[in-house]
Ligand binder design. Structure first.
Ligand SMILES: Nc1ncnc2c1ncn2[C@@H]1O[C@H](COP(=O)(O)OP(=O)(O)OP(=O)(O)O)[C@@H](O)[C@H]1O
Ligand SMILES: [Mg+2]
Length: 575
């Protein structure tokens, strides 16, 4: 409201100033020529002029002030809206590059675009109002100029509007390439990647790719700037010429005594303001329209709905962790072959099932399907005899503890890294965090950190980092912190030394007690502890049974185990 009021006030100022200038000059001329001797007529006009100039300055400062506050409010609201919406989207959405494009565009400072829309819209309106009042003033003195400007107004508006659309289209089409530039920058500056990038001397390659993209952007920008310059210059040349032609007429008419000297002064001021008001009204109007296109980017993002429908409402109390899969098939978007094909499987409550298979066999994908991070293309998955899709999604997630193959490393204290497993209960319960740490056998490790449980870890903010294996042990502890019916461990010991692995598993039975456990591992020492082993190849279960049964079956598992044994034998033969 404040912005609208100040805009209306400002719109009257140029015409007012022109009238003040006219009156002042006429007073002075009168004094010089001796037609009046009284200075009294000058002072009120000077006072009005001063008042107008002050109002002009203060109103525009006030406008800036309001705009700055509005920007901060909007920035917060818009960013929160984006984050809130992002948190409703699922893994598949984030893995889809098209969705990433839409998200990238939405994140491009929407608040700034919104403010620009408001301020350019208001300023364009201000320009139009100023044009109207200035035209009224000029109509009395010299209407020719306004008449000459009007036919230029529409083509110039058309030109600027087209330019704005091209500019927006350029930005739109650059989304993916811009993400590449950000990727190169992060590879070159992120603490997790600089070591390898430095050792492999990848910098020249990455910088080269970055430069190629940025140079392309610059060239295309320059073409746009040139276009803007050409159109703007033509408009300026034509309008300035018209201004001087009309000025010549004003001067001639003043010389002939048809206009006063004050008229000449008023024309000079008002016509210049009219020309620039018209120029900026056109530019700002097209800028305002351009911003609406950017704001539509945000709408496009907010319109994305998650692939997983979260319509389920079932919240069975005391879940037992019985898992059943019926002919489950899943293919990643863009892939020709299914990652998981036609899987039928039953896991009893409390059972520990190991999933083995070569790289890319589909183990992680299957685990993600069972946790409903993806929905299968075909078939059904049940937990406690209820289709996963009928479960309340957040409630379902609470029944699952998942140590991911690429487990999370949180920039937080060691205690919080464990508490995140069930943060609503644990974050302020140090005693329980310590109990979990003891059970998961990480207490000693955490206590040896400089500030024990309160040590901030991670290199982004903290001064202390863990080894990969230590991080993984924390991730396992985090999973145990959650009292979930279903425990999924995807390569939980891949980075652990032999002793740590032994310790995790010597307590595993006790920790996993009463929970259904899905254990994915390439380590036979780990896999052997399972009640049942499933062998996955090309997304299908090809064998299942206990370690002993599978070894004696002389199939896929036996051949993998044989390779492993021969390796061990070879090693001991070399000793
Ligand atoms: N996010 C993804 N998008 C597209 N394809 C994927 C994705 N994740 C995995 N794949 C593909 O799906 C197949 C199965 O992958 P998955 O990660 O399930 O294998 P895995 O058995 O866990 O292997 P590993 O032992 O290496 O962990 C692979 O061919 C892989 O290329
Ligand atoms: Mg995997």
């Amino acid at each position: 409201m404040g912005l609208v009021g100040s805009t209306l006030l400002q719109s009257l100022i140029p015409a007012g100033s022109a009238l003040v200038a006219r009156a002042l000059v006429n007073e002075v001329v009168g004094l010089v020529q001796g037609t009046t001797t009284n200075l009294g007529g000058v002072w009120p006009w000077l006072a009005i002029g001063l008042g107008l100039a002050l109002v002009d300055a203060l109103v525009s400062l006030g406008g800036t002030f309001i705009e700055q506050r509005l920007y901060d409010d909007l920035d917060l609201d818009v960013t929160l809206a984006l984050l809130r919406h992002a948190s409703t989207l699922d893994l598949a959405s984030f893995e889809d590059p098209r969705v990433q494009d839409i998200r990238d565009r939405a994140e491009q400072n929407t608040a700034r675009h919104f403010i620009l829309f408001v301020s350019s819209g208001l300023n364009a309106t201000l320009g139009l109002l100023q044009i109207a009042t200035l035209t009224a003033v000029l109509a009395v003195i010299e209407p020719l100029f306004t008449l000459a400007l009007l036919p230029l107004f529409v083509p110039y508006l058309h030109f600027q509007w087209k330019l704005a659309r091209v500019r927006y289209g350029e930005g739109y089409s650059r989304t993916t390439k811009r993400r590449w530039t950000r990727y190169y920058v992060s590879r070159l500056t992120n603490h997790e990647s600089v070591a390898e990038v430095g050792l492999l001397n990848l910098a020249p390659l990455l910088v080269g790719n970055f430069r190629a993209l940025m140079t392309e952007f610059r060239e295309r920008n320059r073409a746009l700037y040139r276009r803007g310059l050409a159109g703007g210059s033509l408009f300026a040349a034509l309008t300035t010429t018209a201004y001087y032609v009309a000025f010549a007429r004003v001067v001639l008419r003043a010389a002939a005594g048809k206009l006063t000297v004050g008229d000449v002064a008023a024309y000079g001021g008002a016509a210049v303001r009219l020309r620039s008001a018209m120029e900026s009204a056109v530019r700002l109007a097209s800028q305002a329209l351009e911003q609406t296109m950017y704001v539509s980017n945000m709408r496009e993002f907010l319109a994305i709905s998650p692939r997983l429908t979260a319509a389920g409402t079932q919240r069975p109390s005391a879940p037992r962790g019985e898992v059943r899969l019926e002919n489950v098939t899943f293919t990643y978007p863009g892939s020709a072959t299914p990652a998981v094909a036609d899987i039928t499987l039953h896991i009893r409550p409390g059972e520990t099932v190991a999933l083995v298979g070569e790289n890319g066999a589909g183990k992680t994908t299957l685990a993600k399907l069972i946790s409903r991070l993806y929905d299968p293309d075909r078939g059904r998955i049940y937990l406690d005899r209820i289709d996963l899709r009928e479960w309340d999604l957040q409630y379902l997630y609470r029944q699952i503890s998942f140590v991911f193959q690429n487990f999370g490393r949180y920039e937080a204290t060691a205690a919080d890294n464990i508490a995140f497993g069930d943060w609503t209960k644990l974050l302020s319960d140090r005693a329980r965090i310590e109990a979990v740490a003891r059970q998961a056998n990480v207490e000693e490790m955490v206590n040896s950190l400089p500030q024990g449980f309160d040590t901030p870890i991670g290199r982004m903010f903290g001064e202390y980092d863990l080894s990969v294996g230590q991080w993984q042990r924390l991730a396992v502890a985090r999973a145990f912190a959650r009292e979930a019916a279903l425990l999924i461990l995807d390569e939980p010991t891949s980075n652990l030394d032999a002793r740590a692995e032994y310790e995790v598993f010597s307590r595993f039975r006790q920790l996993a007690h009463g929970r259904t456990t899905l254990l994915i591992s390439h380590r036979f020492s780990t896999v052997r502890m399972a009640d049942r082993i499933l062998v996955l190849a090309d997304g299908r279960i090809v064998e299942s049974g206990t370690h002993e049964a599978l070894v004696s079956r002389a199939g896929h598992y036996a051949s993998l185990y044989e390779l492993h044994r021969r390796q061990l034998d070879g090693l001991s033969a070399e000793d």
